[in-house]
Design a protein around this ligand. Structure first.
Ligand SMILES: Nc1ncnc2c1ncn2[C@@H]1O[C@H](COP(=O)(O)OP(=O)(O)OP(=O)(O)O)[C@@H](O)[C@H]1O
Ligand SMILES: [Mg+2]
Length: 291
């Protein structure tokens, strides 16, 4: 139906032959197949732990669909993506959880804790204040709007360097999108860690298509590597549990300091730094390039 140019990988909103509408992530994107593996494993883990995450489907995409696509970049992306791709149920009317939306949207500290905990377990460094990869839905009607997780393509960073990554490693989650909701990660850890069993992880890894698992001699060896790593990491949760979240005021002060530093050495004509809060930078916003 249309390319989603706000996404770095330019996903497509696609109507499939089951008449469902999906946000499709393409195997031909620069992020590659590993991003799709991460989407499946982290998304299905989120769902299994009771977090809201739209349904995923495997989509057979025929690049001929894009023959009439006017933009060369998008046409090339579709041309490189024949066969199996990943679709996520499209949430009609959903809005991105931006700092603006966050001002009036309440999140309780246990829900915030569960989401931060999942991100820390799966090393998802792409759920920050300015790129939350959270959506609020539904926005019309009588059902209350809720937080939905999307976009886990940047998680599981360990799969880019299989032998060099310590499962107990701590990561910096100070700028997590939900950091200033007082996330109760200890309660989340007590509740969720025992539920992440090897059996659960095996079931989830089994859902990843063979064609995307090419790091090891066989797809099953790759699946077992994900299970082993994530199981070791969940057992080491005491070592990586993120707890030092700055307050809103501390974050604002940090940011002001950083902006002042950036400005210091600049000539006068470069001193006006645009305030991009919540908005994509020009190089991420395809509408700038593609009209
Ligand atoms: N299931 C969905 N329903 C409705 N809108 C969606 C859905 N998934 C994604 N979007 C919209 O598309 C945008 C891009 O999606 P997503 O973040 O998954 O793509 P991406 O290419 O991985 O992005 P990036 O790498 O820039 O974060 C989202 O910010 C959101 O506005
Ligand atoms: Mg995103």
């Amino acid at each position: 139906m249309t390319p989603l140019r706000s996404g770095g990988s330019v996903p497509g909103v696609v109507e499939a032959d089951d008449l469902g509408t999906y946000v499709v992530k393409f195997t031909g994107s620069a992020q590659g197949r590993k991003a799709l593996v991460a989407e499946v494993i982290v998304g299905e883990l989120a769902r299994a732990l009771g977090l809201r995450f739209p349904e995923l489907v495997l989509v057979h995409f025929d690049p001929a669909i894009a023959d009439g696509e006017p933009h060369q970049e998008v046409r090339e992306l579709h041309g490189a993506s024949a066969g199996l791709n990943l679709g996520m149920d499209y949430l009609p009317g959903a809005v991105d959880f931006t700092p603006e939306v966050a001002k009036t949207f309440r999140v309780d500290s246990l829900e915030a804790g569960r989401i931060v905990w999942l991100d820390a377990l799966t090393v998802n460094v792409d759920r920050t204040v300015h790129s939350s990869n959270l959506m609020v839905w539904p926005t019309l009607g009588i059902a209350p709007p809720r937080l939905w997780l999307i976009d886990h393509g940047a998680a599981l960073v360990f799969h880019h360097r299989w032998d060099g990554s310590d499962p107990a490693k701590r990561y910096d989650f100070r700028h997590h999108a939900l950091g200033h909701y007082a996330p109760d990660v200890r309660a989340a850890d007590a509740e969720l860690a025992p539920r992440v069993t090897e059996e659960l992880l095996r079931g989830i890894a089994a859902e990843v298509p063979d064609a995307w698992l090419t790091d090891f001699a066989t797809p099953d060896e790759a699946r077992e590597a994900y299970v082993t790593y994530l199981y070791a990491r969940v057992q080491a949760s005491a070592a990586w549990l993120p707890t030092d979240f700055p307050t809103r005021e501390e974050l604002a002060a940090e940011e002001a300091l950083r902006a002042a530093k950036t400005q210091e050495g600049r000539p006068k004509w470069l001193k006006r730094v645009p305030d991009l809060h919540g908005k994509p930078a020009a190089e991420q916003d395809w509408s700038v390039h593609l009209g």
